[in-house]
Design a protein around this ligand. Structure first.
Ligand code: NAD
Ligand code: UGA
Length: 480
């Protein structure tokens, strides 16, 4: 009997891990992930398991199913034609030019994928929107898919709510399978799976039930929500906006703390213990990063503007504005602390990824912090446990427009945090990697120029201990 076939277009941060999970949980289904990038596919197929994405636990997951019922391939047409269900998980970045530049989502890759499906498919397909897209994208996609009239397509919206740094979630899933009884409550299942469909079309409802069945292999049925397509598309943008809004709120409060002597961690704890508010996403920082928060808020802002909802647009836009302000004022604080000049001073950047447990630097706040410090002629020593040197240089080259020679004169990248701190005037924590908490600060203090400064953009360092060693420590929203 023919096995059920899933194809996923886009082997990125979403396509790779989510399809690996489906293959792992559903051994009776064959999953083929395709991409236009040969390098990405080669990396997913790497015999040594050197995957294109760093996520603790992902390697084990992929290796347990790869070439069993999970395949990575460049053969888009073949995978499309064989598939019963096609997920589209291509990137949908903010448009950089033309109508809606700086706000609207760029759907070029999505439309290209849809056109490819339309050109190749000869049998009925369920097409699943996995990428984050503006509301009513499914309608546009339906027009592209059905134009040829060759076969029937059912379109579902199934936005992904996964956060990077999957360590614990993946560990849990592996534990459950390999060492039964080891359970980490709360990480057992996603909070919810959302599936949007055209409830008036029986074929779409049937397609929705197929997708519900797939998720039901590991997600409790009461956490699989079904809605209409537009609610599903909009919910994804709103979820990211709500999460980012909490971060901007707490970061705004951190500025009040610095001006008054209140302590942001104490305030966040006191406020968050109210169950109606909750403690999550109230950690003050140098500002949120990552490929999605800003892009999705801007997409929502663009939607509101297009609908003439100017006040609503402005409300959401302020989340991004406050985020920019937080990064800017963090750098001002560094410069001000270092006697109003960083010219020629060595500054150690601890962490370059947009958050811990990932090697992803997209929209990382560290990039903006480094850009501003380089603009002030600082000399940067950068250490991140997972981000490749080439990625750091490419990000900084791109944002500063310095050529590689100039960049090399101002930026050094180290594989060892102690070497990165040597002869430095200041430590600047940009990413909350756990290992930074455990560093030997006595050793680091001895190696540094005096006075030795620490600017903790994540409030993770042992401030009191460091102060007793002689450091001048600045935290976010902390009394001086
Ligand atoms: P990504 O850039 O890591 O991966 C996208 C992949 O699609 C790339 O490998 C690219 O080569 C491939 N691609 C682009 N056009 C293609 C085409 N025409 N045919 C075949 N392959 C093509 O992006 P991502 O982080 O995986 O995000 C994908 C979508 O999921 C975005 O809409 C994003 O907003 C959303 N999302 C991302 C996350 C996350 O944690 N990164 C979480 C939830 C939702
Ligand atoms: C986020 C959402 O959490 C996911 O649900 C969503 O699927 C995903 O975006 C997406 O659509 O791409 P992610 O970007 O991987 O996931 O990471 P988060 O943990 O949400 O962190 C985002 C940024 O906010 C990071 O820079 C993080 O350091 C920062 N942050 C987060 C804070 O500064 N403070 C907090 O309290 C929480």
């Amino acid at each position: 009997m023919k096995r059920y076939q899933i194809c996923c277009i886009g082997a990125g941060y979403v396509g790779g891990p989510t399809m690996s999970m489906i293959a792992y949980q559903c051994p009776h289904i064959d999953v083929t992930v395709v991409d236009i990038s040969q390098a990405r596919i080669d990396s997913w197929n790497s015999p040594s398991g050197d995957l294109p994405i760093y996520e603790p636990g992902l390697r084990e997951l992929v290796l347990s199913v790869r070439d069993r019922n999970l395949f990575f391939s460049m053969e888009l047409d073949e995978a499309i034609e064989n598939a019963d269900m096609i997920f589209v998980a291509v990137n949908t970045p903010t448009k950089m030019s033309g109508l809606g530049a700086g706000r609207a989502a760029d759907l070029t890759r999505w439309e290209l994928s849809a056109r490819r499906i339309a050109a190749v498919a000869t049998t009925p397909k369920i097409v699943v929107e996995k990428s984050t897209v503006p509301i009513r994208t499914a309608e546009a996609i339906a027009s592209v898919l059905t134009a040829s009239g060759r076969t029937h397509f059912s379109i579902l919206s199934n936005p992904e709510f996964l956060a990077e740094g999957l360590e614990q979630a993946l560990k849990y899933l592996l534990c459950v399978h390999f060492c039964k009884g080891t359970a980490i409550q709360d990480l057992q299942n996603p909070d919810r799976v959302l599936i949007g469909t055209n409830t008036e079309d029986p074929c779409s409802v049937e397609a929705m039930n197929v997708l519900v069945d797939i998720y039901s292999h590991w997600v409790p049925r009461n956490r699989i929500l079904t809605t209409n397509v537009w609610s599903s598309e909009l919910s994804k943008l709103v979820a990211n906006s709500c999460l980012a809004q909490r971060v901007s709120t707490i970061n705004a409060v951190s500025e009040i703390c610095e001006a008054t002597g209140a302590d942001i961690d104490e305030v966040a704890n006191a406020v968050g213990l109210d169950k109606r508010i909750g403690v999550k996403f109230l950690k003050a920082s140098i500002g949120f990063g990552g490929s999605c928060f800003q892009k999705d808020i801007l997409s929502l802002v663009y939607l509101c503007e297009s609908l003439g909802l100017d006040e609503v647009a402005e409300y959401f836009y302020w989340i991004v504005k406050l985020n920019d302000h937080q990064k800017e004022r963090f750098v001002f604080r560094i410069i001000h602390g270092l006697f109003n000049t960083v010219t020629g001073k060595r500054i150690t950047i601890l962490g370059f990824a947009f958050k811990k447990d990932t090697g992803d630097t997209r929209e990382s706040s560290a990039i903006e912090v480094c850009r501003r410090l380089l603009h002030e002629n600082a000399i940067l020593s950068i250490y991140d446990p997972k981000v490749q040197s080439s990625q750091i240089l490419s990000d900084l080259g791109h944002c500063t427009r310095l050529d590689p020679l100039e960049l090399n004169q101002h930026v050094s990248i180290y594989a060892d945090p102690y070497e990165a701190c040597n002869q430095s005037h200041a430590l600047v924590v940009c990413t909350e990697w756990d290992l930074f908490k455990e560093l030997d600060f006595e050793r680091i203090y001895c190696q540094m120029e005096k006075p030795a400064f620490a600017f903790d953009g994540r409030n993770i360092l042992p401030h009191e201990r460091m102060k007793s060693l002689g450091f001048v420590v600045y935290g976010i929203g902390k009394p001086l």
